[in-house]
Design a binder for this molecule. Structure first.
Ligand code: ATP
Ligand code: MG
Length: 461
């Protein structure tokens, strides 16, 4: 190829992260780490252990647990053909109509949430034989094909916990909620608002849902009101009337306000359970607001449901959703098992912390070593090693720089100190430490320097 032809070649394609996914970069990742570490710390003080479940599972697991009619399963999952059949058909060129013809057991989906997987793991590992309840937490990416916007992504992160087995004592519900609130408190999340509700159980909920459907059908079939219902609600009257209560559509609000309330239709057991949960929250000093319109988007929830909202998030302001799901393990082929859990939207939690100024703005360095000369370089390498061993973050420039330039660089990196090492310092054994905030300088012997920095750090400087 001639040189001329090579020049005309197209530029290589520039790739971008796929819509709804994003890179998390420093210094923001430092905040992600702090949040996850705080979750580890707080949840383990409540006796929870970490579980890590796979990123993909059988599609059937999600369809059966979350519910085939839910938005998540019917519209939002990333589903692939099972590998063996899929690759055989691709190899043989039999790809037409492939996805619709594949057997459901062959399909796999990226997890849209983790509760189903945790329940699967509970059954698979016979965890009902462990002391009950089993208390587990998880964190990691989830995948839903939703319209991306602020606080809503196609790959997003959740931190969640589940309590499986044992009893359904209201104190368990309250303690789980107390744990989330403690976690948010520890992070100094601003304006965390807890809403609670009870959505009944398989005795009373179906009757209430039918009542709701009947009322909504009256609205729909009355020419005076029919036009006020949006397409989502019209669909949900058939598929999932409870979700109508969730609607934010302006024209529906007056109608929803007049719908029957579940609190008036709970069976005796559910009503008693709900009252006891509230009492237990009060005993723990957890402040809540009752919200009769709070329902969850996933089918498996019953009785206690809750949601926590936070500041600075616009309309995607829910940072945590959770509730009780006593029938779920059994539904997945396990023994009858009580269950309650929650999932925190980590992306939104981080956004809210950033909006309220609780985030680090720069990944700082403790010490920038400004060295000049071959001998000083050897000393600088040794100093960096010792300082790092003592836990300081150190920037050691790879090539010699004039001191002026080095100090400018130290400033740009947000270093707290510059350690100046030239021929004089090395031969005298006295190192110069410059505090960049005020420009003050002092000389130290090597051991004194380490001691001085340790004291400053312990004092929060
Ligand atoms: P929403 O009503 O906001 O869609 P949801 O009811 O679908 O929430 P859950 O399935 O209960 O949410 O998940 C718990 C939490 O996970 C939510 O409160 C939210 O903080 C977060 N979350 C859910 N979907 C997304 C997403 N696509 N992007 C970012 N966070 C999400
Ligand atoms: Mg959703």
């Amino acid at each position: 190829m001639s040189e001329g032809a090579a020049k005309k070649e197209e530029k290589p394609r520039k790739f971008q992260a796929i819509r709804g996914t994003r890179d998390l970069l420093p210094p923001e990742t430092a905040l992600w780490n702090r949040v996850e570490q705080t979750a580890d710390e707080v949840f383990s003080t409540f006796g929870f252990g970490e579980i890590r479940v796979p990123i993909f599972e059988s599609t059937d697991l999600f369809a059966r647990s979350i519910g085939a009619e839910t938005d998540v399963v019917s519209k939002e999952m990333y589903t692939f053909g099972g590998f063996a059949e899929f690759s055989a058909r691709v190899r043989e060129g039999r790809v037409e109509g492939m996805l619709s013809e594949m057997s459901p057991e062959e399909m796999i989906s990226l997890r849209p949430e983790a509760t189903a997987s945790v329940c699967r793991a509970y059954i698979e590992h016979n965890m009902q034989q462990l002391p009950q309840p089993v208390k587990l937490y998880y964190m990691g990416p989830m995948f839903r094909r939703e319209r991306p916007q602020k606080g809503r992504y196609r790959q997003f992160y959740q931190i969640g916990a589940e309590v499986l087995g044992g009893s359904d004592a209201p104190a368990i519900d309250a303690e789980v909620i107390e744990m989330v609130m403690t976690f948010f408190d520890r992070l100094e999340l601003q304006g965390a608002q807890l809403d609670i509700n009870s959505i009944g159980d398989r005795n009373c909920r179906p009757k209430y849902v039918e009542l709701l459907r009947a009322e909504l059908l009256k609205v729909r079939d009355n020419p005076a009101t029919a036009g006020r219902l949006g397409p989502d609600t019209l669909r949900r009257i058939e598929t999932n009337p409870l979700r109508v209560l969730d609607s934010k559509l302006e024209s529906e609000q007056a109608i929803i306000a007049k719908l029957p309330r579940i609190a008036d239709h709970l069976c005796e057991e559910c009503a008693a359970h709900y009252a006891a949960v509230k009492h237990q929250l009060e005993m723990r000093g957890v402040i809540y607001r009752e919200n009769w319109r709070l329902v969850r988007g996933l089918d498996y929830y019953m009785r206690t449901t809750f949601e926590i909202t936070a500041q600075g998030l616009g309309s995607q302001n829910a940072v945590c959703g959770g509730g009780r799901y006593d029938g779920l393990v059994e539904l997945l082929g396990g023994p009858p098992t009580k269950g309650i859990g929650f999932a925190i939207g980590e992306d939104r939690l981080i956004l809210s912390l950033q909006e309220s100024g609780k985030a680090p703005t720069q990944q700082g360095r403790d010490v920038y070593i400004a060295w000049m000369g071959e001998r000083a370089h050897a000393t600088a390498i040794r100093a960096a090693k010792d300082l790092r061993k003592a836990g300081f973050s150190v920037e050691l420039p790879p090539v010699e720089q004039k001191f002026g330039k080095a100090l400018g660089q130290a400033d740009k990196l947000g270093a707290k100190y510059a350690l100046i090492l030239g021929d004089n310092e090395v031969s005298e054994g006295l190192w110069t430490l410059k505090t960049l905030a005020d420009g003050s300088q002092a000389k130290f012997t090597e051991p004194d320097l380490l001691e001085h920095l340790r004291k400053q750090k312990a004092g929060g400087l």
